[in-house]
Design a protein around this ligand. Structure first.
Ligand SMILES: [Zn+2]
Length: 139
C-alpha cells in the first residue's frame, strides 16, 4: 500500500516496509513538581534528520534515508549544492544560476511530501541569496 498521510514518500530502503516506523520525535511536556504531562498546545515534531528505525529489518538512520526518490528524479540527477561544491566552483554566479534552474525544473516535475518540497524551497532561497550576493560582489 502506498502511503499518502503521515508516511507519504517513506519506505524502508532495505526491506521495502512502508507500514510502520519508529521515529524519534520531540514533544512539549508540561512539567510540574508532581509530574509530567503532554502540554495542551504540543504537537509531535520530527524532520528529515530524526532518527528512524524500520521495525521489520532494524535498519536505522535519519528519516531522509527512508525517503523514496520523487518521481522524475533519477540517480543521475545532480546533487543539491553544498557549501563545499559552491566554494570549489570558480564561477560562483554561473554555478548558483545553474543550480537554481535545476531546482526550479525539478520542483515543477515532482510530487513530493511537504517536507521534501520545503527543502526545495529552502534550497531555492539559498541559491537566490548566493546569486544576489555574487551579483553584488561583481558590480
Ligand atoms: Zn526494513
Amino acid at each position: 500500500m502506498t502511503n499518502i498521510g503521515n508516511l507519504a514518500g517513506i519506505r524502508c530502503p532495505e526491506c521495502g516496509n512502508e507500514d510502520r516506523f519508529i521515529i524519534t520525535a520531540t514533544i512539549q511536556a508540561e512539567v510540574t513538581d508532581l509530574g509530567t504531562d503532554v502540554a495542551d498546545c504540543s504537537d509531535w515534531h520530527w524532520d528529515d534528520q530524526s532518527m528512524t528505525r524500520c521495525p521489520e529489518c532494524d535498519r536505522d538512520g535519519p528519516l531522509a534515508e527512508f525517503q523514496m526518490q520523487p518521481e522524475g528524479v533519477t540517480a543521475t540527477t545532480p546533487a543539491l549544492p553544498t557549501m563545499q561544491s559552491i566554494t570549489a566552483t570558480p564561477n560562483l554566479l554561473e554555478f548558483a544560476e545553474r543550480e537554481l534552474q535545476w531546482l526550479l525544473d525539478v520542483k515543477v516535475q515532482v510530487e513530493a511530501p511537504s517536507s521534501v518540497m520545503l527543502g526545495f524551497d529552502q534550497a531555492i532561497k539559498a541559491a537566490r541569496a548566493v546569486i544576489a550576493e555574487a551579483r553584488g560582489l561583481a558590480e
